[in-house]
Write a new protein. Structure first.
Length: 197
């Protein structure tokens, strides 16, 4: 039971970081979250806090508290999402619409998990000193889907390992995803979200 007490404390600390008038898209308020915590509705509280954090400016600390609470509740995907969002607050992110090549066209034959663990290479237009194409690595999170397979299209979030190399991108730019050296998909940038210190 100690873990739940810890998760309870973490969730309570996260709520305290929010303005009292913060509201989730579904209308649930900070007060509602406090009630959920009081009734030991840990998962509900976490879920609403994540929703509030997605629409209100929050700190890296907020996402860190939620990630640890989710880890203690053994909610792996929620934990990874909170860690991801904390990274985005610190470094910014690139959102894009990604279309994977079909199973017969590329190396990939199966879907990959969309929870930020895949780290493909990207051609974002950078060149090395010799003028040759230089690929950059970014982790990939698929929005609104558990996985993405050959021939499918989805909006994704990219977390570059070297964010400064991606600063030249703007909405409408087309970038290509590579697995090994072959093209695995094409993405059109739809939003650049800067860091939120």
């Amino acid at each position: 039971m100690q873990d739940m007490d810890d998760a309870f404390t973490l969730l309570r600390r996260a709520v305290d970081l929010l303005p009292e008038d913060a509201v989730a898209e579904n209308g649930r308020t900070v007060g509602d979250v406090r009630d959920d915590i009081g009734c030991q509705e840990w998962e509900m509280a976490l879920s609403v806090l994540m929703e509030i954090g997605d629409i209100h400016p929050v700190s890296v600390e907020f996402w860190g508290l939620l990630a640890e609470a989710a880890r203690q509740m053994m909610l792996d995907r929620s934990c990874r999402w909170c860690e991801w969002r904390g990274w985005e607050v610190q470094y910014g992110t690139v959102r894009a619409t990604l279309s994977l090549v079909g199973a017969g066209e590329g190396r990939r034959r199966t879907a990959f998990s969309g929870d930020g663990r895949l780290r493909p290479m990207w051609d974002i237009g950078n060149r090395n000193a010799g003028g040759e194409r230089e690929l950059s690595i970014a982790r990939l999170w698929v929005e609104y889907a558990q996985e993405l397979g050959p021939g499918e299209t989805a909006d994704v979030r990219l977390a570059p390992l070297s964010p400064e190399q991606w600063r030249h991108l703007k909405c409408g730019d087309v970038i290509t995803m590579h697995e090994a050296r072959s093209v695995a998909g094409t993405a059109t940038v739809i939003e650049i979200l800067p860091p939120r210190p």
